[in-house]
Design a binder for this molecule. Sequence first.
Ligand code: FAD
Length: 451
Amino acid sequence: MKFIVVGSSHGGYEAVRQILMSKPDADIQWYEKTNFISFLSCGMQTYLEGIAKHVNSISYATPEWAKKHGVHVFIQQEITKIDPKAHKVHVVDHKTGKERDESYDKLILSCGADPNKLPVPGSNLKGIYAMRGRDWAIKLKEATVNPAIKNVAIIGGGYIGIEAAEVFAKAGMHVTLIDRNKRLLGNYLDHEYTGMLTDEMETHNVNVQMEQSAAKFIGKNGHVTAVKSEMGTYPADLVIESAGIKPNTKWLKGVVDLTPRGLVKVDDYMQTSQPDIYCVGDATTVRYAPTGKTARIALATNARRGGRFAVMNALGAHKKVPAVSGSSALHVFSYQFASTGVKQDSAAHFGINAKSTFVVDTYRPKFVPNKAGNAKVYFKLTYDPQTMRVLGGQVMSKMNETGDINVISLAIQQHLTVMDLAYCDFFFQPGFDRPWNILNVVAQKALRENN
Ligand code: FAD
């Protein structure tokens, strides 16, 4: 059996791994249009901050690994067309300029997404960067040590914009973060958290400018010098656009069915509208556990899960991909947070009837001083007030309490209730925890509030 896997980031890598596990004798062709296999943007911040020393280390697979396992890797070779009836793809080799067709039995697409480029005047000026992929990682790294860059403007205050702001503020630059939303990280957290995180950013010299969008890039001698919004003009020797992504699917039009937003439509088995073509990752959708509906949640975890299930199903397993809760985590200077599922502040917008309970407690028993490793923990549990089914959770602390959110994700997936959490058996040891875990505490409070 011959597999062709398109894309070598999270989804493509997992697909290759699953083929090696389930059908080691399969013929595997693995295509990547850039000149590097399996760069993982998730690790970019660690490289930019000097924790990971080399850009090439931000990767899981190497050409040597692939070769050792008999995988045929094609770097700088792009799949530009698919003929589903003939089971053929068209390959353009960017190194040689040569073109050819290749046949497949099963085709796995993990062609991902590209950063949005803002269609505003001045967008062709030099010094306007994005933060995704190895090429941008190299350019951004150079920028962190470029003495000519004093002011950095970041457009978009989601996860990527926050990572960029932290990198450049730590590098000693003056950072302005511009976002058209009301609240920083508003898609991931409710107002109890976002206000504290905005203060945290400002404490670290990040100028947070909300409820305005970049209307124009101003330049001198072909290079950007400032960003103009409806509310002000901000100096910028470097601009980083982190205002969302668009699926890399234009080339798939007419081959597989796409949603109006250009995402590849897949069923619960990751199969596209064509029988032997599967699609995973940022180019497609997932099923969202709290609502049971499809949603766009661009996370590496979803790409990886999708890659595994696509291959299992291509080999005839007929296994439904489990619905996801959209679990994610990040740090913002000294705070670490994680969230999953429904947020109270946006529940109504999605037509979800939700109620929440918020607690502030400590990471370890109160007799442990902060200096010895204690800190406040802010936990919010969201649930259906009629059925008391768990719908979501958010946690933040200066200690690492993020793992609790994985429990909430499981609770959402398994349709558990607040009562299930309230007296669930969680360990206690003063070195790590309190006699009642924060999940017990918040669920017990929710029960009292809904008596
Ligand atoms: P992509 O990562 O977009 O990769 C697609 C690959 O396919 C690319 O290498 C591309 O060159 C190649 N390709 C595309 N078309 C073709 C073609 N026709 N022929 C050949 N090759 C092709 N997610 C998390 O879960 N946790 C995190 O901490 C996290 N941090 C992130 C930090 C940053 C800065 C960024 C940018 C993203 C982060 N993400 C994180 C999101 C995560 O990186 C994506 O969800 C994930 O990379 C999606 O994987 P993918 O395989 O769908 O596609």
